[in-house]
Structure formats: C-alpha cells, structure tokens
Design a protein around this ligand. Structure first.
Ligand SMILES: N[C@@H](CCC(=O)N[C@@H](CS)C(=O)NCC(=O)O)C(=O)O
Length: 227
C-alpha cells in the first residue's frame, strides 16, 4: 500500500497521524502544503481545506485525523487499539476529547498576561479531567492503557508536546499539579515515534513560527540566532 500525508509543519493533527505511521513502521511520503496558498489539487480533496489528508494508493483521500488513524490501525500491524471492545470504546471517547483539550496548544496565542492566565485556567480544567482518567487506569503505565502504546497516546502526544514547548519558554507550573499527566507526558516525549513524526529540530521550528507571528507570547523566546 502507498500512503502520502498532506501536512503543515506544525499541525498537531497531522502529528497524530504521523505518529501512528511511525509506530507501525509504515513507509509514507509527506507533502508540506503552504497554509497561505493551498494548491487547487489539495483544496479539491480536503473538504474543510484542512490537513491532514492521507492519500491511499494515489487514489483515495481520507480526511480527519481520527478517521485516518482508525483506518491505519485496521489495515496495518501492530494493532494499537486495545482488544477489549469496552476498552476500545473508552479509548475512542478520550480520542474524541482531544479537540477540546487542544486548547492547551493555544497558549502561544495569548494576547496578554490576563489572557494567558485565562487560557491556563481553561487548560487546568482539562488536565484535571485527564488526571482522573489516568488514575482510574491504575498503576504501571507509562502509557494511557498501561504498558502498550495506543491510539490514545498518539492523540495526546502532539498537544502535550506543544504545551511543553511553551512551558520551556515560560514555566507555568501547571502540569506539575497533575503527576499522572506529567509522567505520561514525559514518557510520550521520549517515544521515538513521537519525535520522528515531526520535522528535525521541531522545537526550534515551533519557536521560529512563534517569533515570525510576533505576538505577545513571543517576548518569552530567546533571541534569534539569526538576529
Ligand atoms: N478535526 C481535524 C482538525 C484539522 C485541523 O484543524 N487542521 C488545521 C491545521 S493544524 C488546519 O488545516 N487548519 C486550516 C484552516 O483552518 O483553514 C482533524 O482532526 O483532522
């Protein structure tokens, strides 16, 4: 089978799909789309004009990261979803929770200190729910289901990585309030598939994008080597 992923370099939803491809050792091509000038061929296959799109065998275009990873999990080994239907449904529910939880990736859009605090309070609510879910899963994780990496891990790693990048620039002390989330984040940030699924030196790239936007949060960036 042939897979091509259409991407923006910083997109957390593409990251989710790329982690699953990496985790399964699937060879794939990746094409980076210019967000500001999306080509006609891309717009014609992406109903919301969004990435990711996964082109399968040069003919079928799939959109929505959740649908893409569910498909990949059905057609390739090793299976990342749990075998038990109840566990699988539980994982799917948490995978759907990610779009709201992705609020934590938007700290870099804060307009001022008060706005950042509002965004942190919002993120705090999600971290607390996630802490509860991780605690219920019992001891012995590094991952959401315990020892085995799952689609749920692939769902949260991108958001947790971007939160961590912001935390490096401007420590928020937020994730430290939630030890299970913090430990999970630490395990995910070391997982080779998570690291290989983004461009090289991704944190620097993420900082460069923040710098280029020049918003309030860019004050926390170290001076650019190019400046
Ligand atoms: N629900 C979608 C979200 C995809 C998404 O929001 N992608 C962003 C990039 S990170 C995008 O393409 N945005 C372009 C736009 O909104 O015009 C998924 O899970 O695939």
């Amino acid at each position: 089978m042939k897979f091509k992923l259409c991407s923006f370099k910083t997109c957390p939803w593409v990251h989710r799909a790329a982690i699953v491809l990496q985790e399964k050792n699937i060879k794939y091509d990746i094409e980076y789309i210019d967000r500001d000038y999306r080509p006609d061929w891309f717009v014609s296959i992406s109903p919301h004009s969004k990435v990711p799109v996964l082109i399968v065998n040069n003919e079928t275009a799939l959109f929505e990261s959740n649908a893409i990873v569910e498909y990949l999990d059905e057609v390739t080994e090793p299976r990342l979803h749990p075998d038990d239907p109840l566990d699988r449904a539980h994982n799917r529910a948490w995978n759907d929770y990610v779009p709201t939880f992705s609020a934590i990736t938007h700290l870099n859009k804060a307009e001022d200190e008060a706005d950042l605090m509002r965004r942190c309070a919002h993120a705090d609510g999600y971290f607390s729910k996630l802490e509860g879910a991780l605690m219920k899963r019992g001891e012995g994780r590094p991952y959401f289901n315990g020892q085995n990496f799952s689609l749920t891990d692939a769902s949260y790693a991108p958001a947790l990585m971007r939160f961590t990048f912001f935390d490096h620039l401007h420590p928020l002390g937020l994730i430290e309030k939630y030890p299970a989330v913090r430990d999970w984040r630490d395990s995910l940030m070391e997982r080779p598939s998570v690291l290989a699924a983004v461009v090289p030196n991704f944190e620097d790239y993420w900082c460069d994008v923040l710098r280029s936007k020049g918003g309030w949060a860019s004050q926390f960036l170290p001076p650019s080597a190019a400046a």
